[in-house]
Design a protein around this ligand. Structure first.
Ligand SMILES: Cc1cc2c(cc1C)N(C[C@H](O)[C@H](O)[C@H](O)COP(=O)(O)OP(=O)(O)OC[C@H]1O[C@@H](n3cnc4c(N)ncnc43)[C@H](O)[C@@H]1O)c1[nH]c(=O)[nH]c(=O)c1N2
Ligand SMILES: O=C(O)Cc1ccc(O)cc1
Length: 497
């Protein structure tokens, strides 16, 4: 198989549904359940893009006579990276950048991990040469399996938020955090939970090392990496309250389409077959897994392109509001739109710098530069919340006074058409626009987005610390030291009389 169609995605999900629970109910078929079916359709639409004749070349690449999604392509040159970025942006525009975890993100993860599979071979529990316990071979095969079947992946890294002052082993129960219970002939049995998996409507879950395991020991039952089907026995996804509440897309233009869901993941003695194990017990390897394979950089490259598309959507919406209500001559209004332009140009500049300074990594994969990507993934979470705030400031009461489609078609329809028209738009056009602005800035969909942007790449506090640790500050310290020691010549120049 190769790049799949939307229908193939839906068929697969219907025949192998993940064990999802929403509001106390087991979801037998996510493709038809009211809380999840629209999201399934949106994902199907995203898969269909790669078969659209005008996009096929941009979104897929050929390998061994098959066409695969381009986000699986190991970039070998800057031109490859540029093509991947273009595909990320095309796919991001499908959701105006509001689908945080479209499959491209995890595709970038498994591509980089697959290319850097030797990293996992260093694990002491790995048995190179053995058919099932060779972790490097397992990681390589898993990448090919995911690519060849165009699988949709979710992932879960963090432990339950029980007590952040304690290590996993110090919790009230040793299996609150996900841990290995035993090894068997077939694989490892794991028990416990992971806090967050966005897009549980997926074929597989990748359980990778928790961002930073604070274990004191070198070896830990909590250090692990594996990938298994989302319908594996013993695995359950407790979903959060749905945001898609069945409203017309005209009323909830984003929430009715792109509720990607977030789930708490429970592993009730789940057997992970040996051939799906990539890392075990090794705390140091676990803590560095994303950096050691450069997966974090390829994921960040997808992210920076996605956030460019999202910022462009905020800019387009902001300016449409300004145009609709005729506020563009006010200087503070111009200044607010200019703020979005500045954010956009910063993100575009960082993306361009990451590409310009890309270099092949130790596995021969052309890898975007770390510095600009680290800047982007620290900058955007800190500044994103200003974007919905700016829409609120520009739209004011218009963002709340938005009769629905049913209202427009109801007894007050004529009055609504008259009083809620805009200087340069009919009431219908104006209300559709303001509904979008509301879903970007005010609704529960927007609220979840704001939290997502703050945390999806990790805790910003610890990300800043990590940047502080890795960034080489010494040359700048030395420059200042040299300046402080400089003794300039101070003789007066003789006056020229
Ligand atoms: C909407 C959404 C969606 C997702 C995710 C989050 C959200 C909000 N995440 C999880 C994300 O990786 C996670 O939120 C961050 O890593 C932060 O971890 P916690 O949420 O557990 O906060 P945590 O509980 O660690 O922090 C809470 C507060 O305590 C502070 N704190 C805690 N420990 C600290 C320490 N040691 N030092 C300093 N400060 C500390 C933090 O700074 C913060 O203010 C996720 N993950 C994933 O694996 N897959 C996914 O798909 C998603 N999806
Ligand atoms: O934990 C990391 O080091 C990188 C990372 C962060 C978020 C994520 O979703 C995947 C990887």
């Amino acid at each position: 198989m190769a790049a799949i169609t939307g229908q193939q995605f839906l068929d697969r999900l219907q025949t192998h549904p993940p064990t999802l629970y929403i509001d106390g109910e087991r979801i037998a078929d996510p493709t038809t359940h009211p809380s999840t079916r629209n999201m399934c359709q949106s994902l199907a639409g995203l898969y269909d893009l790669q078969h659209q004749p005008d996009l096929r070349d941009a979104l897929t690449y050929e390998e061994n006579g098959e066409r695969h999604a381009i986000s699986f392509m190991p970039p070998r040159s800057k031109e490859d990276l540029r093509r991947i970025a273009e595909a990320h942006r095309i796919r991001a525009n499908y959701s105006l950048g509001f689908l945080g975890r479209a499959p491209d993100y995890m595709n970038a993860n498994v591509m980089a991990a697959g290319m850097g599979a030797d990293y996992f071979g260093q694990c002491e529990a790995s048995r190179p040469g053995s058919e099932r316990r060779d972790f490097a071979a397992n990681m390589r095969r898993y990448y090919e399996f995911v690519r060849d079947n165009d699988l949709c992946l979710t992932h879960a890294l963090t432990n339950p938020q029980v007590n952040r002052a304690k290590q996993a082993s110090e919790m009230p129960d040793p299996y609150i955090a996900l841990g290995v219970v035993e090894e068997t002939e077939e694989g490892v049995v794991v028990r416990g939970a992971r806090m967050m998996a966005t897009l549980p409507i997926a074929d597989e879950i990748l359980v990778f090392p928790s961002t930073v395991l604070k274990e004191n020991a070198d070896k830990s039952r909590y250090a692990m990496g594996f990938g298994i089907p989302t319908n594996t026995p013993g695995l359950s996804f407790q979903c959060r309250e749905p945001i898609d509440v069945g409203r017309d897309p005209e009323d909830h233009p984003l929430g009715s389409r792109f509720d990607e869901q977030d789930a708490f993941v429970i592993f009730d003695d789940v057997l992970v077959p040996w051939e799906r194990v990539f890392l075990l017990y090794d705390v140091e390897l676990a803590n560095k897994a994303y950096a050691g394979t450069d997966a974090v950089l390829h994921m960040a490259y997808q992210v920076v392109n996605l956030k460019i598309a999202k910022t462009e959507a905020f800019l387009g919406t902001a300016q449409s509001i300004v145009d609709a209500i005729g506020s563009g001559q006010f200087q503070h209004v111009q200044s607010k739109v200019a703020e979005i332009i500045v954010m956009l140009e910063i993100m575009k500049g960082l993306e361009a710098a990451a590409l310009a300074d890309a270099e092949p990594n130790r596995y021969g994969v052309m890898t975007p530069a770390r510095g600009p990507l680290d800047a982007a993934r620290n900058y955007y979470p800190a500044n994103h919340a200003r974007l919905p705030e700016l829409l609120q400031l520009l739209g004011a009461s218009g963002i709340i006074m938005m009769p629905s489609k049913a209202d427009r078609e109801g007894p007050l329809g004529e009055q609504i058409a008259k009083y809620l028209q805009a200087g340069r738009a009919t009431a219908e056009e104006r209300l559709k626009l303001f509904r979008l602005a509301w879903d970007m800035s005010m609704s529960s969909f927007a609220g979840r987005q704001t939290l997502y942007e703050r945390y999806f790449f990790g805790d910003p506090v610890r990300m800043h610390s990590a940047l502080y640790e890795v960034f080489d500050k010494q040359p700048y310290v030395e420059r200042i030291q040299a300046f402080l020691k400089r003794e300039d010549k101070r003789e007066a120049v003789a006056a020229d009389d």
